[in-house]
Design a protein around this ligand. Structure first.
Ligand SMILES: *Cc1c(COP(=O)(O)O)cnc(C)c1O
Length: 402
């Protein structure tokens, strides 16, 4: 019986996972060009423009706007779409905080709806059921890169005249029904934060096919100032959310490897699914037919302590980390965060009660039972993947021997 690494035994992992962020000479070359050009600002350089063209082309849309981060991208999209006080925006109950907090940032009310227990993505019927006369937008999140059912969501949104903002922070280059994720929504957002599958440390982007929305977003992200303005004309209220040339240089290089990395992660995720298939108490995120390219920002799975002699999820994660496998517990449902609990939505307690009254039991189940591994664990070779499965099996055996 192998001794657990947490108890001083030998680690299951025999070699390091690929490091993240990944970079090579290509990043250095492009960042060097920015350095020596002396153009460090998007208004004088060409790297942000090139990145925007490349990223729009990848997603088959007309316009892309590089911004400071994904959170700001959601705020800009909501503002460009005219979402404001008294409006409601429907979001999945389990997601990273920004999907919901951005809605509050524009003084609107986030309404939480349930997710599918297999894909962890918003249930279209739950979205439709939550619609009220105040509903102005919906933000489906492609969880871990598994596409939401965008055909169904867009059909419902169209019927009720609701705007769609895709939160594709996990889904760069992913697909739904063979169509690019991010090309369905009125606007879609991406994050390039350090852990994301394409990164420049901090960064974000908005994409859209709508010229008017693009122009509005452009103004908002640049303190309301039109392109090439030299007379300090500020036509709308905006903040400064501009991407700088260094970030864009890195992103140009990162995008060149995205396709190959997405493919690699999907192959390895399928392999890991098969290795964990017979492990009691472990059930990976499912895979619907319409999710034709899953980017796997995270490898997510349900963990059942009953199949691990009662070992808590938190301890399981610590045991995995000790075995050399980086792991995390899932984010809480938004309404369980301290911030949401303490927010009265500008005195509109009614809105909060409504928000809390939707059935979000699947989301609660995901939040309390899911464990995830970061995407770079899926960028390694077959040995890396088999060592992940071996570590889980080792822990399962050992907890019954203790
Ligand atoms: C990371 C993330 C964001 C926010 O992106 P930042 O660049 O970190 O601001 C938004 N939504 C989801 C689902 C995310 O995971």
């Amino acid at each position: 019986m192998a001794k657990l690494a947490i108890d001083g035994g030998k680690q299951t992992k025999t070699k390091a996972f690929p490091k993240w962020p990944y970079s090579n000479e290509r990043e250095i070359e492009l960042v060097g060009e920015v350095f020596s050009s002396g153009n460090w600002w998007r208004m004088t350089g060409n790297k942000v423009k090139t990145f925007e063209q490349n990223f729009a082309a990848l997603h088959n849309v007309k316009y892309c706007l590089g911004v400071t981060n994904g959170t700001h991208a959601i705020e800009i999209a909501l503002t460009a779409l005219g979402i404001q006080h008294d409006d409601e925006v429907i979001v999945p109950a389990v997601t990273f905080i920004s999907t919901g907090s951005a809605v509050i940032y524009v003084n609107a009310t986030p309404v939480l709806v349930d997710v599918d227990p297999e894909t962890f993505c918003m249930i279209p019927e739950a979205f439709e059921k939550a619609i009220t006369p105040r509903t102005k937008a919906v933000i489906p999140v492609h969880m871990a890169g598994h596409a939401c059912d965008m055909e169904a969501i867009c059909a419902i949104a169209k019927k009720h005249n609701i705007k769609v903002i895709e939160d594709a922070a996990h889904a760069h280059g992913g697909q739904c029904n063979g169509r690019m994720i991010g090309s369905y929504g009125d606007m879609s957002i991406f994050s390039f934060q350090n852990g994301k599958i394409m990164t420049c440390g901090e960064g974000g982007a908005l994409i859209t096919n709508n010229e008017d929305l693009y122009k509005r977003a452009y103004l908002i992200h640049g303190v309301g100032r039109p392109d090439r303005d030299r007379v300090y004309e500020h036509s709308v209220l905006g903040s400064n959310d501009r991407m700088n040339e260094f970030s864009a240089a890195i992103l140009i290089a990162q995008q060149e490897r995205l396709r190959a990395m997405n493919k690699k992660r999907d192959e390895n995720a399928l392999l890991l699914d098969s290795l964990l298939f017979n492990v009691e108490g472990i059930k990976p995120q499912g895979r619907k037919d319409y999710a034709t390219l899953i980017t796997h920002y995270m490898y997510m799975f349900y963990y059942d302590p009953n199949a691990f002699n009662g070992l808590s999820r938190k301890d399981f994660v610590d045991y995995l980390i000790a075995e050399g496998i980086p792991a995390f517990i899932c984010f809480p449902v938004l309404s369980d965060t301290t911030f949401f609990k303490n927010n009265d939505f500008y005195g509109r307690i009614n809105a909060f009660e409504q928000l809390a009254s939707n059935d979000i039991s699947n989301a609660k189940n995901v939040a309390s039972n899911v464990v995830w591994l970061p995407h770079f664990t899926l960028l390694g070779d077959e040995q890396d993947i088999s060592e992940i499965a071996a570590a889980i099996k080792k822990i399962q055996e050992a907890v019954y021997m203790k």
